[in-house]
Write a protein that binds this ligand. Structure first.
Ligand code: HEC
Ligand code: HEC
Length: 462
């Protein structure tokens, strides 16, 4: 009886134990599936451990990324010495997309479904250099000037000839008589005052100072979770580390707006020239003012949109009336570069334009329908458009990134466009020739070779 009396209790105990094991393993299984919107703020490993783990995978990830880039692009250097950016750097020419066993003519004759089925669309979404890791990544030409911007764990992936000038020209709407104010100099906290004192008002000068001041950011900060290799990097980044001289150096990162990680877009730094005539900011965020974007960059974008991480790493909260406004007032006087061939309506001046440029303009405004999204004088509709490029490729993973549909994207202005390769929000088109091939497919235009050349000639004149 004793035994039989005990047996059910033991059995019950075993059952509870089994149940507990089952429930626990179920919980663990469930937990393993949880996709969190948050990054880990409670690091229990040291900087040295994190660094060692990152360094252990660095070479292999870089190798895979290079193989992907080589399979998509012919990266040999081609520039046109006769055509330069407004600061003097030769512009890259293309198309650079690597076609696998087909020609542009073959592609032009295929339907979107056929292109998708054969997997031959040349301009699929571009993954970040280490997509699972993400963060801000600066080109060597900028790191040479500002060594604090070097990350220990990822190397920049695009060749320098498809990037903008290292120290681009600056044009001010308020002082067009001065022409380029930068004159080949990189504007930093060390020289801005002597260059701009007497040209700007005191409020704009203060705005420029803040745009050139380092503040903590996800990869550049003092915590164990940082990726900066130089001690000065622990102070953070400045707005003009990416938007160099108010333009761009091709620094890129992952957009903060999307989760999970593999769906986040790679984003190229846009130029801030001409933000004054624009009404939407961010490729998809669509913030409505430059002030909002200025405030948002440091508070959210710097920390991948993770407000918990921002608190830990030292978010710098800008004061709206005295700081954000001052920064935005400086940004709002950054002008597009001069376009000597355009008249007051933003159209080509028939007396100075070439025959090819004029034919390109006629196509742009006519059968190629570019004008429906890019109207003069600044060549933007100040809206977002969905180009539905996913008609041409399958949703699948590429080096840690899900090549999903892009969704609606801001129509970036085309004034001064030859100064800011690579193109599109993620830089998937390295040259203006690539952009024309992209739209030829996306819009199903069936352009002839000469039409493509003429459109490029027109884009270069804008
Ligand atoms: C990684 C380098 C980087 C740094 C540093 C940076 N930005 Fe940006 N900025 C970007 C990128 C990339 C975008 C595009 C964002 C998107 O597509 O959503 C952007 C977008 C913008 C825009 C909107 C431009 C447009 O055409 O829609 C403004 C305005 C802007 N940044 C201002 C700033 C200010 C002000 C700071 C400093 C507080 C700053 N940025 C710091 C990379 C940077
Ligand atoms: C339906 C609207 C639409 C039409 C038509 C259109 N575009 Fe665009 N364009 C866009 C959008 C949206 C983007 C941004 C896409 C992205 O970043 O992924 C863009 C981007 C561009 C860019 C790159 C801008 C940058 O800063 O990187 C160029 C150059 C361009 N378009 C030229 C053209 C030309 C040339 C045509 C005609 C052959 C054309 N577009 C037709 C909407 C349009």
């Amino acid at each position: 009886m004793k035994r039989t009396g005990k047996a059910p209790i033991v059995a019950l105990g075993v059952c509870i134990a089994m149940l507990t094991v089952a429930v626990t393993s179920e919980l663990i299984a469930q937990q393993a599936k949880v996709v969190s919107s948050y990054g880990p703020t409670d690091q229990d490993v040291t900087f040295e451990q994190i660094k060692a783990a990152r360094m252990a995978v660095k070479a292999e990830i870089a190798k895979q990324h290079k193989e992907m880039l080589d399979s998509r692009y012919d990266s040999f250097k081609k520039t046109d010495p006769a055509e330069t950016m407004s600061g003097g750097k030769p512009i890259p020419t293309g198309p650079t997309a690597h076609l696998h066993g087909i020609t542009w003519d073959n592609l032009d004759k295929m339907t979107p479904d056929e292109i998708k089925a054969k997997g031959v669309f040349p301009y699929r979404p571009l993954p970040f250099a280490d997509h699972a890791e993400g963060g801000m990544l600066f080109p060597p030409m900028t790191i040479n000037l500002l060594p604090r911007l070097e990350r220990f764990d990822i190397e920049f992936d695009l060749p320098e000839h498809i990037l903008p000038d290292a120290a681009p020209a600056i044009y001010l709407t308020t002082r067009p008589d001065l022409g380029d104010v930068a004159k080949g100099r990189l504007i930093t906290i060390n020289n801005y005052y002597e260059i701009f004192n007497g040209i700007l008002n005191p409020k704009q000068l203060e705005g420029l100072r803040l745009l050139l001041t380092q503040f903590p950011q996800q990869q550049f900060n003092a915590t164990e979770d940082r990726r900066n290799s130089k001690p000065e990097g622990m102070l953070g980044v400045t707005c003009f580390d990416c938007h160099v001289n108010g333009h761009t150096n091709g620094a890129n990162h992952l957009v903060g707006d999307i989760r999970p990680q593999e769906f986040r877009h790679r984003i190229e730094t846009p130029s801030l020239r001409g933000v004054n005539i624009q009404r939407l900011f961010g490729s998809q965020r669509a913030l409505k003012t430059v002030e909002d974007f200025t405030e948002f960059e440091q508070r959210a974008a710097y920390f991948d949109g993770d407000i918990a991480m921002a608190a830990k790493k030292g978010v710098n909260v800008l004061e709206r009336a005295s700081q954000v406004h001052a920064m935005a007032e400086f940004l709002a006087i950054l002008d597009f570069p001069p376009a000597p061939k355009l008249d007051i309506y933003g159209a080509l001046d028939k007396k100075t334009a070439t025959a090819s440029e004029l034919r390109g303009e006629a196509l742009f405004n006519g059968s190629a329908k570019c004008i429906s999204c890019h109207p003069a004088p600044y060549y933007t509709d100040n809206s977002m458009n969905n180009l539905k490029a996913e008609r041409f490729y399958k949703q699948e993973m590429s080096n840690g990134m899900m090549m999903a549909a892009d969704g609606p994207i801001k129509t970036f202005p085309l004034r001064g466009i030859k100064d800011s390769p690579p193109y599109l929000h993620d830089g998937r088109c390295f040259t203006l020739e690539d952009v024309v091939e992209y739209f030829n497919l996306v819009q199903q235009l069936h352009l002839k070779d000469q039409d493509k050349k003429d459109l490029v000639a027109f884009l270069r004149a804008l």
